[in-house]
Design a protein around this ligand. Structure first.
Ligand SMILES: NC(=O)c1ccc[n+]([C@@H]2O[C@H](COP(=O)([O-])OP(=O)(O)OC[C@H]3O[C@@H](n4cnc5c(N)ncnc54)[C@H](O)[C@@H]3O)[C@@H](O)[C@H]2O)c1
Length: 314
């Protein structure tokens, strides 16, 4: 049984705790949150595992196989550095850090430590995005003409994630929270990408995150990538990742649905290939056992961060 420690017990930390607890090969051995009540409460719910309010105490006093870092982005660097200094395998939330320099530093520390270094980019394990990737590789759209990422939010932060950091320019915004998932997918499926032009707009409050972004990027073969982000607008949330090609159009819609059509046809829902669904935790277990595994590592996290920061700075 692999013993997992979790640092940061918010919405996302607690979501993955359920996954580790439900897996036959992993168990949560310790939890840590600077918010004392929350740490105690989660530890009690887990049947009385050790609770900490300072992650260094947790790292000193426990014997863990893997530490999952799920604190807000501006704390990733400090917390993950301490985990790596102890030589413990690590799973870090996205984005890897809160600047390119911090991301480069974590990548180097992870490589020097020689531990399994994984990022939680769930699209890499879901049937929707894996079906999208497979259809692209099977030439569904033909020769690629354009990739487009649309991120439209009636309200940001979204009603279910109302906390100060998600709304802040310092470490939040949807380019960082949502966009980075698709930057990573873009790099994985279509290869290297560089930013050509960015127009990013912010509301009057100087501390608030962006309310619009329009950006043009380019794949290494010159194919343009358009990013169209808007918030505080009418209508429904829509996150669409679309590939336009010489033979057809294919979209991954709202994280898990696929739709597409061939030239001259209507765009219609497409069935997912559910056999492609995979599990982050299964792959972490394999990686920790030294077996071949699908891990999105800190090197991929760093590559995504480079593009993310160019978009954020505008
Ligand atoms: N992979 C995904 O799909 C996905 C989705 C949403 C958010 N995230 C990422 O997950 C992370 C957490 O997001 P969230 O929405 O759960 O945030 P949250 O604000 O709900 O929770 C963060 C928790 O970390 C605690 N914390 C802060 N600093 C700490 C420290 N130094 N040590 C210990 N605990 C500390 C806070 O008290 C809080 O309980 C962020 O990096 C975010 O970008 C990932």
């Amino acid at each position: 049984m692999l013993k997992v420690g979790v640092i940061g017990l918010g919405a996302i930390g607690q979501r993955l705790i359920k996954g580790f607890e439900g897996h036959p090969d992993t168990v949560i051995a310790a939890v840590c949150d600077t918010f004392e009540e929350r740490a105690k409460e989660v530890a009690t719910e887990l049947g009385g595992v050790q609770a900490f309010n300072d992650h260094n105490n947790m790292l000193e006093q426990t014997d863990l196989d893997l530490v999952y870092v799920a604190v807000p982005p501006k704390f990733h660097h400090a917390v993950a550095s301490d985990v790596l200094a102890k030589g413990i395998h690590i799973l870090c939330e996205k984005p890897l850090a809160n600047s390119v320099e911090e991301a480069a530093s974590l990548l180097k520390q992870a490589q020097d430590a020689g531990v399994v270094n994984a990022m939680n980019f769930p699209l890499n394990y879901s049937a929707g995005s894996k079906s999208f990737e497979k259809l692209i590789n099977d030439n569904y759209v033909g020769e690629l003409r354009r990739v487009q990422l649309k991120m439209h939010f009636p309200e940001w932060p979204r009603p279910w994630q109302q906390n100060a950091w998600v709304a802040s320019k310092e470490q939040g915004g949807y380019v960082l929270e949502v966009g980075v998932h698709f930057i990573q997918q873009l790099q994985k499926i279509f290869g290297e990408v560089r930013v050509k032009d960015v127009q990013i707009q912010f509301p009057e409050n100087p501390k608030a995150s962006e309310n619009a972004i329009l950006a043009i990027l380019e794949l290494s073969d010159g194919t343009p990538v358009l990013i169209d982000g808007m918030s505080q607008i009418a209508g429904k949330e829509e996150i669409t990742f679309t590939a336009y090609g010489t033979k057809g159009t294919l979209s991954l819609l709202n994280w898990g649905q696929l739709e597409g059509g061939k030239l001259g046809e209507e765009i219609l829902p497409l069935e997912l290939d559910s056999s492609l669904a995979d599990s982050l935790i299964d792959n972490l277990v394999k990686a920790l056992r030294g077996e071949e595994a699908t891990i999105i590592d800190f090197a991929a996290g760093y590559e995504a961060q480079v593009v993310l920061e160019e978009l954020r700075k505008g």
